[in-house]
Design a protein around this ligand. Structure first.
Ligand code: 3EB
Length: 339
């Protein structure tokens, strides 16, 4: 049987797959599978082989469902405590958490609990460096208890960073998107070795946003450059059509897509100044695209292909974005050649 390419030089790699391709890929990766996340409307708890799946209720465009599979280049061991499940090896750890939260509950409390738990875990484990965090929860733009749920989430997350004495400049790369239902879902990558935080000169750092976007700023960096002593990996946060701190092109999904890609290139350029060496976007760049309106799917993908060519890893989800005027957001992972 033809196998999938094995990226032995990558500390972690990721693959986006439609459901029909999942089992064969997992079988090939064996005990190196570190995290499986499913997207779509019909949750699956475990794969055929018994691998736990963290589910995010967001429609997938172009398929009924899709899987994001993270594999490591060394075998992982499974982990479980009261707060999270996960898997890790001597270099990295992926944690997965879900928090039921009823609509009445203040999301800031849940976010504080979640991130406090993450920081407690980092303290007692040897994975002290938070590299990348993914956050999904329903009704992200809804106003509850007089505050938008995204802003409530940001308040609790920020409070956890303060309580655990994290400098905002050391924040991980992140994204925060609206799901269609279900719990607050968080997964994260932590590492033994520290990452290098990268900012975008075209944008004010999110942790320095003015108060108009919420009373406590979002604690994330534009990107984290990880695994510098082996094969560098650049984890680029959810990136949108923001210049300075302002949304630009609020009415145009095509212009927002182009501006977002300029921002992603700017972040990669900053990483290059710090020694990052991307090779070939077609094989070394994975994009996860969120569109607010499903009908924008073809237009957004067309622009991405025009700008970047055909990418081996691309997934498009329909999700609400944390500012009501944003129509598209794109996150990325970019690998460099082994050193
Ligand atoms: C932005 O640039 C768009 O709150 O974790 C992007 C990535 C965004 C991460 C987060 C929010 C987050 O502000 C929104």
């Amino acid at each position: 049987m033809m196998g999938y390419e094995v990226h032995q030089n990558r500390v972690v790699t990721l693959k986006y797959l439609v459901p029909g391709a999942l089992d064969a890929y997992l079988a090939q990766c064996g005990d190196r599978v570190a995290c499986v996340v499913g997207f779509g409307s019909n949750p699956v708890a475990t794969t055929k082989s018994g691998c736990p799946v963290l589910w995010v209720d967001t429609p997938v465009l172009g398929s009924d469902a899709a899987y994001e599979i993270w594999t490591a280049n060394k075998p992982v061991s499974q982990y479980q405590d009261e707060l999270m499940t996960g898997a890790g090896n001597e270099d990295i750890f992926f944690g997965r958490m879900s928090f039921q939260n009823n609509a009445a509950e203040d999301l800031s409390e849940v976010a504080l609990r979640a991130f406090s738990g993450i920081f407690e875990f980092l303290q007692r484990s040897n994975y002290s460096n938070l590299i990348r965090v993914w956050n999904y929860f329903p009704e992200i733009n809804a106003i509850k208890n007089d505050i938008e749920r995204y802003r409530g989430f940001s308040i609790g997350r920020h409070e956890a960073f303060v309580r655990y004495q994290k400098k905002v400049e050391d924040s991980p790369a992140a994204c925060a998107l609206g799901s269609h239902g279900g719990p607050l879902v968080i997964y994260f990558l932590a590492a033994r070795s520290p990452g290098l935080q990268i900012e975008n000169p075209r944008q004010i750092s999110a942790y320095s946003y003015p108060k108009q976007y919420g009373p406590r700023s979002p604690t994330f960096s534009r990107a984290t450059l990880a695994f510098q002593d082996t094969a560098q990996t650049l984890f680029i946060s959810g990136t949108a059509s923001i210049l300075g701190h302002e949304t630009v092109h609020p009415a145009s999904v095509s212009l927002q897509t182009r501006e977002t890609l300029v921002n992603i290139r700017a972040v990669i350029e900053q990483a290059v100044l710090k020694g990052f060496a991307p090779v070939d976007f077609a094989s070394d760049l994975a994009l996860k695209v969120y569109v607010r309106h499903a009908e924008d799917f073809a237009e957004v993908v067309g622009i991405i292909q025009e700008e970047l060519g055909t990418l081996s890893e691309l997934i498009v989800l329909q999700a609400d974005i944390c500012r009501a005027d944003l129509l598209v957001e794109i996150e990325a992972v970019c690998w460099s050649q082994a050193r």
